[in-house]
Design a protein around this ligand. Structure first.
Ligand SMILES: [Zn+2]
Length: 302
């Protein structure tokens, strides 16, 4: 069995995959926020517990909201900022007594959906995480595209395209800039759009439910969100021209996005027609752990 672990901003999830790709066991615990040593300890306890039940894992792959810098070997670009600047793969390997492979969480998600998920058979796939952070991963012919800077697909920290006057300069981002796409399209971004219309903040999932039931402020906030996502994905389509885009993360569960965003992105894509499909993930929020488990099926990055 292969063990995959997905480290998110709010939860750490572990799953074991059999040779047939079926999940045998899945476990989820809260992420010790801002606590690097706590994250290492939590992963170690998860792995030890699972192996006590199922026996030793063949391999351990870990998806993180960031990536290892090819220049320094340390984590960069993580919105769980306590990981930044840390040799997370080496610290985990020391704690677990064996090598681990680290991958970007959006890359893991895209890989899982491209291999045997909603984008199976597509040559170019863009996988998106819309959650606490906003990430992206590119899979071409079944392989993750990484690149020399290890940032392929990272669209969340480019500015929101075609900004309106009231979208400039935009909210500050942890990366040090203002108006990043992530600040508009993560959960906090939808919440802020709702607060601007209703005067009070609300959870992203609640806003989606209220929009479906016709509440004006929720509908208005979701409408702005749809337009922003359509703009952001239009630049991805212009650059990559993927056959399929898969939306993961908590906000990827908003069903209206799959109807409304493709109805809108034609206004922005530089083409007379757009046949790109926008689909929900087959594996839901298990895709992160599935892709992490499969990191060992990819050629070694070193
Ligand atoms: Zn940013």
């Amino acid at each position: 069995m292969r063990l995959g672990i997905d480290i998110g901003g709010t939860k750490i999830e572990a799953a074991t995959l059999g040779a047939d790709g079926a999940i045998r066991l899945r476990r989820r615990v809260p992420t010790p926020a801002g606590d690097y040593a706590g994250i290492i300890a939590t992963v170690t306890v998860l792995v030890t517990g699972i192996e006590a039940e199922l026996g030793p894992a063949e391999s351990i792959g870990i998806g993180i909201p960031g990536m290892l810098s090819p220049a320094t070997g340390l984590v960069k670009n993580a919105n769980s900022t306590c990981l930044i600047g840390r040799p997370f793969d080496r610290d985990l390997a020391a704690a677990l007594g064996r090598p681990v492979r680290l991958g970007n969480d959006a890359n893991c998600f895209a890989l899982s959906e491209a291999v045997d998920g909603a984008a199976q058979g597509a040559r170019v796939v863009f996988g998106v995480i819309l959650g606490t952070g906003v990430g992206g991963g590119v899979v071409v012919n079944g392989k993750v595209l990484t690149g020399p800077n290890a940032i392929a697909g990272e669209w969340g920290h480019s500015p929101l395209p075609w900004p309106r006057d009231d979208e400039r300069p935009g909210a500050p981002c942890y990366c040090g800039k203002h108006g990043c796409t992530e600040t508009f399209l993560n959960g906090a971004g939808l919440s802020r759009a709702y607060e601007a219309l209703s005067g009070r903040p609300e959870e992203a999932s609640t806003i989606a439910v209220r929009a479906e039931s016709g509440e004006a402020a929720a509908r208005g906030a979701l409408d702005r969100y749809v337009d922003r996502l359509a703009r952001a994905l239009a630049t991805v389509i212009n650059l990559l021209d993927p056959e399929i885009i898969v939306l993961g993360g908590g906000l990827g569960q908003i069903a209206a996005l799959y109807r409304e965003v493709p109805a809108r992105w034609g206004d922005y894509v530089f083409s007379d027609s757009v046949v790109t499909k926008l689909v929900p993930p087959r594996w839901g929020d298990s895709s992160g752990v599935r892709g992490a488990a499969w990191l060992w099926l990819e050629p070694s990055p070193k």
